[in-house]
Design a protein around this ligand. Structure first.
Ligand code: GLP
Length: 241
C-alpha cells in the first residue's frame, strides 16, 4: 500500500499536479479521469499552469470526469463539466472531442452510461484516475451501501450538496437532483488510481478507508483491493492513521 503524506496544502497540490503531468508526458494518448470538489481545484489549476509553461504535446489526451450532477444545465457553475472546463480543460491544448463527460441531462441515463463506458473502452480505458473522498467514504457519487459490483449509474448525492445545488439552480423539489457516476466496479478497472484527501474533516474517513473493515458501508475501502492505488494525504487527513 503506497501512502504519501505531505506537510501542507501547497505541497499536496504540487505533488498531485506533477503526478498528473507525469502521466500526460509518459503516455501521450492517456485517458485521465478527474474528480471535482474542494480537494482538486487547485491541483487542476496547477496542471494547467505547468502545461502552459511547457511545450509537451497534449493534443491526444482524453480528459474525463468520474461523475456529474444530473438535471442541471452543464453550463451551471457547479456542474462537473463546467468545473473541469474552467479549472483545467480550457487552458490545455486538447481537442474538444477529447473532453468527455457523463451528461447532465438525458432522457435515458442507462443508455448514456453504457455509451460512456463504451467510449472509455474504445479509448483504451482509464490510465489514471484521481479520486476525491467523501467524509462518509463515498467515491464519485457512490454513497455508503453501494454495491462493490456497481457500474455507471444514476444515484443520490449527499443531502448537503443536493440542497446547495437546488438553491443555486432554483431546481424545484419535484425535479430529481442526483448524480450520475462511474460505479465502483468501473473505478476499480482504472490502471492507476490516486486517492486524494486533505483536511481534518477527512481524517475519520481516511482511517476507515485504510484501517477499517472492507465494506460497502464505506465505499472507499474497496480501493485496498486495487493493485496500483496511491493515497495522497495531507497531515490533517492522515492524523488518525
Ligand atoms: C463530491 C463529488 C466527488 C468528490 C467528493 C469530494 O460529492 N461527487 O467526485 O470527489 O465529493 O469532494 P470535496 O473534495 O469537495 O471534499
Amino acid at each position: 500500500m503506497k501512502i504519501t503524506i505531505v506537510d501542507n496544502e501547497q505541497i499536496f497540490d504540487e505533488t498531485a499536479a506533477w503526478r498528473i503531468v507525469n502521466q500526460m508526458v509518459s503516455k501521450k494518448d492517456s485517458v485521465i479521469c478527474l474528480s471535482t470538489g474542494r480537494t482538486t481545484g487547485n491541483m487542476h489549476r496547477r496542471v494547467a499552469e505547468i502545461c502552459k509553461a511547457s511545450s509537451f504535446d497534449t493534443s491526444r489526451l482524453t480528459i474525463t470526469g468520474v461523475d456529474e450532477v444530473v438535471n442541471v444545465p452543464r453550463e451551471y457553475s457547479g456542474a462537473c463539466y463546467t468545473m473541469l472546463w474552467n479549472e483545467i480543460v480550457k487552458d490545455i491544448d486538447i481537442k474538444e472531442e477529447n473532453f468527455i463527460m457523463l451528461p447532465t441531462i438525458s432522457d435515458d441515463f442507462d443508455k448514456a452510461c453504457k455509451e460512456f463506458l463504451e467510449e472509455l473502452g474504445r479509448r483504451g480505458g482509464i490510465d489514471l484516475l484521481i479520486l476525491g473522498l467523501g467524509e462518509n467514504g463515498h467515491l464519485g457519487f457512490n454513497q455508503p451501501g453501494t454495491s462493490f459490483d456497481s457500474s455507471a449509474w444514476v444515484t443520490k448525492m449527499n443531502e448537503e450538496l443536493e440542497e446547495r445545488i437546488r438553491r443555486e439552480t432554483q431546481t424545484p423539489q419535484e425535479v430529481m437532483l442526483g448524480g450520475v457516476t462511474l460505479g465502483l466496479k468501473d473505478i476499480m478497472q482504472a490502471r492507476k488510481i490516486i486517492l486524494v484527501a486533505k483536511g481534518a474533516n477527512k481524517a475519520e474517513s481516511v482511517k476507515k478507508m485504510l484501517r477499517g473493515p472492507l465494506t460497502e458501508a464505506h465505499p472507499a475501502s474497496i480501493l485496498r483491493l486495487h493493485p496500483d492505488c496511491e493515497y495522497l494525504l495531507d497531515k490533517a487527513a492522515a492524523a488518525e492513521l
